[in-house]
Design a protein around this ligand. Structure first.
Ligand code: GTP
Ligand code: MG
Length: 217
């Protein structure tokens, strides 16, 4: 977390992780959120990709969200500890049409909780996204009650049904996570924002390492 005051405006920079199984729609959600764009074409993310979303949160607060789009295939890799470092919030994404992607959610949540925490040791606020909600749902994704229960058991701050394709609940879920992060942050730390230009985003966007239904469960 970092803060600075630029021309009367308070700026916050937050690192937010987006994780979940292969093909669940992480990249699509980020593309929709940041670039207002959707494609049916699937190209698996390799390693990690980045995107930056700038939010004019209120009259004098600007929030810069640095979104880390972690490849689904990374769960068994050793890199997640490096990727997760200093994150202050996360989305775990699953695909409502494939219950196996929901069954993998506890492993992603446990991976997060074992590798990253807030400075005071609490888990980082994490929101579960039930994506592809424009499609027929499989398994417990079809039951709001069961999803509420699951979300609570797993320690998520909330869950949202999303569709990157139809632009459903993308802004809402992000706003919810940002409000949780701001609540927890409470402007307590006055540090300097690292220059975002120093984050090495190469031309192809790869990082070089140097409701509908939501419950606030
Ligand atoms: P990895 O990078 O391999 O981990 O996958 P990912 O989670 O980034 O998935 P990606 O965003 O690449 O999406 C996978 C496929 O699902 C693509 O063909 C997308 O077009 C499709 N998809 C993503 N979101 C939605 C959605 O909300 N609805 C529908 N119908 N399809 C979606
Ligand atoms: Mg991807």
């Amino acid at each position: 977390m970092a803060a600075t005051i630029l021309s009367g405006k308070r700026e916050r920079l937050y690192k937010v992780l987006v994780v979940g199984e292969l093909g669940s729609g992480k990249t699509s959600i980020i593309k929709r959120y940041v670039h207002q764009f959707f494609s049916q074409h699937y190209r698996a993310t390799i390693g990690v990709d980045f995107a930056l979303k700038v939010l004019r949160w209120d009259g004098d607060t600007v929030v810069r969200l640095q979104l880390w789009d972690v490849a689904g295939q990374e769960r068994f890799g050793s890199m997640t500890r490096v990727y997760y470092k200093e994150a202050v919030g996360a989305f775990v994404v699953f695909d409502v049409t494939r219950s196996a992607t929901l069954e993998a959610v506890p492993k992603w949540k446990a991976d997060l909780d074992s590798k990253v925490a807030l400075p005071d040791g609490r888990p980082i606020p994490t929101v579960l996204l039930a994506n592809k909600s424009d499609q027929p749902k499989e398994g417990i994704a079809a039951s709001r009650e069961k999803m509420n229960e699951f979300c609570q058991q797993q320690g998520f701050s909330a869950w949202f049904e999303t569709s990157a394709k139809e632009n459903i609940n993308i802004d809402e879920s992000a706003n919810f996570l940002v409000s949780k992060i701001l609540e927890m942050d409470r402007w307590s730390q006055e540090a300097t924002v690292p220059d975002p230009d120093k984050v090495d985003i190469s031309a192809n966007g790869k990082h070089k390492l140097n409701s509908s239904s939501n419950c606030a469960c």
